[in-house]
Design a binder for this molecule. Structure first.
Ligand code: DAU
Length: 317
C-alpha cells in the first residue's frame, strides 16, 4: 500500500507484542508516506491521539491476538485486545468520521464444516465460534456490525481463510513445519492430521482488503479464500518433500482442544467485486519455502528468543 498509493499517508499502529517485529518494515520505513506508532489498541487515549495527529480517514483493523493454541491456555488477552481493543478503534473511527473501517476477521467465526467437499462457508453461514480466539473475533465482528447499524459507521468485515507466506510467525503450522524440518526436528501434527484448512497466500489476502477498502459496499461482509483445501498432513508432507527430508519427522501428538474439523470458503461474493487470487497452493508454498530458506536469520532469531520457552512448554518432542 505504501508503494502503490504514494499519495496516501500510511500510519502503521502496532503494539509490537511477541509476534510484532519492525524488521519486517525495513524496505518501507524510510518512505515519506510511512509512519509508525507503537500503540496498544486497547489504550483509548493513545489511539485517539494517533487519529487526531494524523487525521485518519481510512482504517484497516488487522490488530489481534491470533493464535488459537494461545487462546486455549490464556483467553483473557484475547478479550482485551480483540474485543475491547476493537471497541476503542470503533469509537475513534466514529469520533473522527472515518470514510471506511475495514475489520479484518476470520473464517473461524463460522465454526467448523464437516468433511463434505460440497459445503462451504458463505457470508450467510451462522456464527458458531468454537475457540476463545474465534469467539473473541466473532464478538468483535458483532461490535463492528452494531456501529454500522446504530451509528452509520461506514464499514466492511472480511473473513479470510488460513494465510501463509513471508514473515509468518513460526508458531503457525506452515512456518513451524518449515523451520523444524530445516532443523531436522520432529513436526507435531495434532490428532490424525486429517483436519482441513483452506490456504491463501498473504499477498492475495492483502489485495482483497485493498479492493474491499476502495470498492466494498458499506455494511457488507466479504469472505476471502482461493479454494486451496488441504489436510494438515498433506501440508506437512508437501513441505517435507520440497525440502528433501524424511516423513519420519512427522510426530502425531495429542489433538488441540475443540479442534475445528474443516474450513472452506466460498469467495464468490468477493470475486463478483473483482477479486482474483494470484497464487495457487503449489506456487505459493514454493515461494514461501524459498523465502524461509533465504531469511533463515529472521526466524532463527525468533526461535532462540522468547518463543523458545513457549515452544518447549507447548510441545515436548
Ligand atoms: O482460518 C483462519 C485462521 O487461521 C486465523 O483466524 C488464525 O488467526 C490463524 O492462526 C489460523 O488458525 P489455525 O488454528 O487454523 O492455524 P494454525 O497454523 O495454528 O493451525 C493450522 C492447522 O494445523 C490446525 O488444524 C491445527 C494444526 N496444527 C497446528 C500447529 C501449530 C498442527 O497439527 N500442529 C501444530 O503444531
Amino acid at each position: 500500500m505504501v508503494k502503490k498509493y504514494p499519495n496516501y499517508n500510511i500510519i502503521n499502529l502496532d503494539a509490537l507484542t511477541y509476534a510484532g517485529d519492525l524488521t519486517k518494515h525495513s524496505d518501507i520505513q524510510h518512505e515519506a508516506n510511512y509512519f509508525f506508532e507503537k500503540v496498544d489498541i486497547s489504550d483509548r487515549s493513545a489511539v485517539f491521539s494517533v487519529f487526531e495527529k494524523h487525521s485518519i480517514n481510512l482504517v484497516t483493523h488487522f490488530a489481534a491476538e491470533s493464535h488459537v493454541d494461545r487462546s486455549i491456555t490464556d483467553p483473557e488477552i484475547f478479550i482485551k485486545t480483540n474485543v475491547l481493543g476493537t471497541q476503542v478503534l470503533l469509537d475513534a473511527a466514529k469520533q473522527f468520521n472515518v470514510e471506511k473501517f475495514v475489520h479484518v476477521s476470520t473464517d473461524e467465526v463460522y465454526g467448523e464444516l464437516e468433511f463434505d467437499p460440497t459445503t462451504f462457508f458463505t457470508e450467510n453461514t451462522p456464527l458458531e465460534p468454537n475457540s476463545p480466539y474465534s469467539a473473541s473475533k466473532a464478538s468483535s465482528d458483532l461490535l463492528v456490525r452494531s456501529y454500522y447499524e446504530t451509528f452509520g459507521l461506514p464499514m466492511n468485515i472480511t473473513r479470510c481463510s488460513n494465510n501463509y507466506g513471508p514473515y509468518h510467525f513460526p508458531e503457525k503450522l506452515i512456518p513451524l513445519t518449515v523451520s523444524r524440518v530445516l532443523n531436522n526436528q520432529k513436526v507435531p501434527v495434532y490428532g490424525t492430521g486429517e483436519n482441513i484448512r483452506d490456504w491463501l497466500h498473504v499477498l492475495d489476502h492483502c489485495s482483497a482488503i485493498d479492493l474491499v477498502m476502495h470498492e466494498g459496499v458499506n455494511g457488507e461482509v466479504y469472505n476471502v479464500g482461493g479454494h486451496n483445501e488441504k489436510t494438515n498432513l498433506e501440508v506437512v508432507e508437501t513441505i517435507i518433500k520440497a525440502l528433501g527430508k524424511s516423513e519420519d519427522l512427522i510426530e502425531f501428538v495429542e489433538d488441540r482442544l475443540g479442534h475445528d474439523k474443516r474450513y472452506a470458503i466460498d469467495p464468490s461474493k468477493l470475486e463478483k467485486l473483482g477479486w482474483k487470487p494470484t497464487y495457487n497452493f503449489d506456487s505459493g508454498i514454493k515461494q514461501t519455502i524459498d523465502w524461509y530458506l533465504d531469511n533463515q536469520e529472521w526466524w532463527e532469531t525468533i526461535l532462540s528468543g522468547e518463543y523458545k520457552n513457549y515452544f518447549e512448554k507447548q510441545y515436548s518432542l
